[in-house]
Write a protein of this length. Structure first.
Ligand SMILES: O=C(CO)COP(=O)(O)O
Ligand SMILES: O=C[C@H](O)COP(=O)(O)O
Ligand SMILES: [Zn+2]
Ligand SMILES: [Zn+2]
Length: 354
């Protein structure tokens, strides 16, 4: 059985200098796409579910789909991660449902919209770390708000994020505060804010250093070279997919995401987990639109969901390869969560600083 913790995967990624894409899933097609792509290039996999994904599929259905993935792809180490947990209850119920990792996003209050202060973030994250590490599970924390440095707002279409206008200080993580946060919470991975926002409309032009603050990553990595960093909102929003969608009746105003080269640069400076949801949605939507436009009489969902799944799998494989994760799955010997729990207790995973 190859269910693995985030901590173990990211430790391997750090040791061998690569990054792992974490794909959001809500449906069976998406779970299969991630796993087929991982198997095709021997990459370890991270699937993550938001609160909305858990509500959409239902916890039991989602948990059983993950069980099925573990059984169907026994050679692929699979981390199951709660994306943007908003409180302890969400993280605890994820662990109960068989997740091996949780994100406690204390950069926002329980409502998932109101920016929280530092003290609140530390306190709630620390409590989740205590709970998760006792079970051997991993914790990702977040410092700084995922939100656009260009427009100084978060993508309103998305379920998670601040609704009001943000200041540049809020959308960029302070490197000194990041060190303090890791020391005080002992998170396994830290999501940092570098000016990108969730959803398709991140930037109105190809991003440069003025709107995508990669220097923040370098600064944090300089202070904490051993810390695993997480880039959220890292879809690249490929032009080909925008065009495909628009050619078949879609209406996407031109937009830019996070270029793959910028993510590769991040990986050189400690980024180990890269969150991607929108690109997968676009790959599927493009194919569904194409099939239905070209075959308006089609009534069999398998005839459009099948190509959509295949398109998402191609995208996932591209990212595994681009981030250097391909070829690593077969080298990882999974450490069971019970052993991880003992190692935490023995202090084996205490944060290290420069
Ligand atoms: O960060 C994400 C999920 O937590 C996904 O970001 P995108 O909207 O860029 O795919
Ligand atoms: O963080 C946001 C992810 O893209 C998840 O989106 P969702 O809440 O619509 O599942
Ligand atoms: Zn957040
Ligand atoms: Zn996110």
């Amino acid at each position: 059985m190859a269910r693995v913790t985030l901590r173990q995967l990211l430790d391997d990624a750090a040791e061998h200098g690569y990054g792992i894409p974490a794909f959001n899933v809500s449906t069976m097609e998406q779970v299969i796409a991630v796993m087929e792509a991982a198997r095709a290039c021997d990459a370890p996999a991270i699937v993550q579910a938001s609160r909305r994904a858990r509500r959409y599929a239902g916890d039991i259905m989602l948990a059983r789909m993950i069980d099925a993935a573990v059984e169907t792809y026994p050679d692929i180490p699979l981390c199951v991660h709660q994306d943007h947990g908003n409180d302890e209850e969400t993280c605890a119920s994820a662990l109960q449902a068989g997740f091996t990792s949780v994100m406690m996003d204390g950069s926002l209050r329980e409502d998932g919209r109101t920016p929280a202060d530092y003290a609140y973030n530390v306190a709630v994250t620390r409590r989740v770390v205590d709970l998760a590490h006792r079970a051997g599970a991993s914790v990702e924390g977040e410092l700084g708000l995922v939100g656009s440095l260009e427009g100084l707002e978060n993508e309103a279409e998305d379920g998670h994020g601040a609704e009001d206008a943000l200041s540049p200080e809020q959308v960029l993580t302070d490197p000194d505060e990041a060190v303090r946060f890791v020391r005080e919470t002992k998170v396994d991975a830290l999501a940092i804010a570098v000016g990108t926002s969730h959803g398709a409309y991140k930037f109105s032009r190809k991003p440069d250093g003025a709107i995508l603050a990669m220097q923040v990553i370098k600064e944090i990595n300089r202070r904490m070279p051993a810390m695993h960093l997480v880039m959220h909102a890292s879809s690249s929003v490929p032009r080909e997919l925008q065009d495909l969608i628009n050619r078949h009746g879609g209406e996407m105003p031109q937009t830019w995401g996070v270029p793959v080269e910028e993510i590769q640069l991040g990986i050189r400076y400690g980024v180990r987990k890269v969150n991607i949801d929108t690109d997968c949605r676009m790959a599927m939507t493009g194919e569904i639109r194409r099939v239905l436009a070209q075959s308006p009489g089609e009534l069999d969902p398998r005839r459009y969901l099948g190509p959509a799944r295949a398109a998402m799998a191609r995208l996932c494989r591209d990212r595994y390869e681009a981030f250097g994760a391909a070829g690593r799955a077969s080298r990882i010997k999974v450490v069971p969560m019970g052993e991880m729990a003992k190692a935490y207790e023995a202090g084996a995973f205490e944060p290290r600083f420069a």
